[in-house]
Design a binder for this molecule. Structure first.
Ligand code: ZN
Length: 158
C-alpha cells in the first residue's frame, strides 16, 4: 500500500492523542448517502452493507493535521480536534480506494493514481506489449474524485 514519507512515523505521537471511536449505524447511513450509493473517490456503485467508511483526514494523523492545518483541504478547515468522525471528514469508499488511500492525505492519494500510467509502463511488459499493438490507449488527465463532481448530500445535523 502507498504510504507517504511524512506518515511513516512510529505512530506514538498520535496513539496518545486520538481516540478511535466506532462509527454508529446512523452515521454510517449518512456517510453512505453522501454520494448517492457510490464510492466518493472512483464513483463505483457500492453496497450499503459492504461499503467502507474512509476518513479523509485519517484517524491516525487527525490531530497532527488539524492542529497544524497541514494538508487539510479547504472544505475541512472548519473541523476541530474533536471532529475526527464529523460527517464532513467521512467518505463512502469502495474497498479498492480505501485500501489505496490508506492513512494518506487525499492529495497524496490523488498523486498515486496519477502515477499509475508511469508505473505500468515501467513495470508491466504485458501492458507495454498491449500498448504497442494498440490494445490500450493512454488518456492522461487530471484525477478528479467523484465527490468533487457532484453536490454531496450533506446532512444538516451531525
Ligand atoms: Zn472507489
Amino acid at each position: 500500500m502507498p504510504d507517504c514519507a511524512s506518515d511513516t512515523g512510529t505512530g506514538l505521537e498520535t496513539r496518545t492523542t486520538t481516540k478511535t471511536m466506532a462509527i454508529g449505524k446512523a452515521l454510517r447511513q449518512k456517510v453512505y448517502q453522501k454520494c448517492g450509493g457510490r464510492c466518493g473517490y472512483c464513483g463505483e456503485s457500492i453496497k450499503e452493507n459492504g461499503f467502507q467508511v474512509d476518513h479523509i483526514i485519517s484517524q491516525r494523523n487527525f490531530l497532527t493535521h488539524i492542529v497544524n492545518k497541514w494538508q487539510v483541504p479547504d472544505y475541512l478547515l472548519h473541523l476541530t480536534t474533536d471532529d475526527v468522525n464529523h460527517i464532513d471528514n467521512l467518505m463512502p469508499a469502495c474497498r479498492v480506494c480505501n485500501n489505496w488511500k490508506s492513512t494518506n492525505p487525499i492529495e497524496f492519494f490523488r498523486s498515486e493514481i496519477q502515477d499509475q500510467i508511469k508505473r505500468v509502463n515501467s513495470y508491466s511488459s504485458n501492458y507495454r506489449m498491449a500498448k504497442r499493438y494498440g490494445l490500450v490507449e493512454e488518456t492522461p488527465k487530471p484525477i478528479v474524485f467523484y465527490f468533487e463532481t457532484i453536490t454531496v448530500n450533506q446532512p444538516t445535523n451531525d
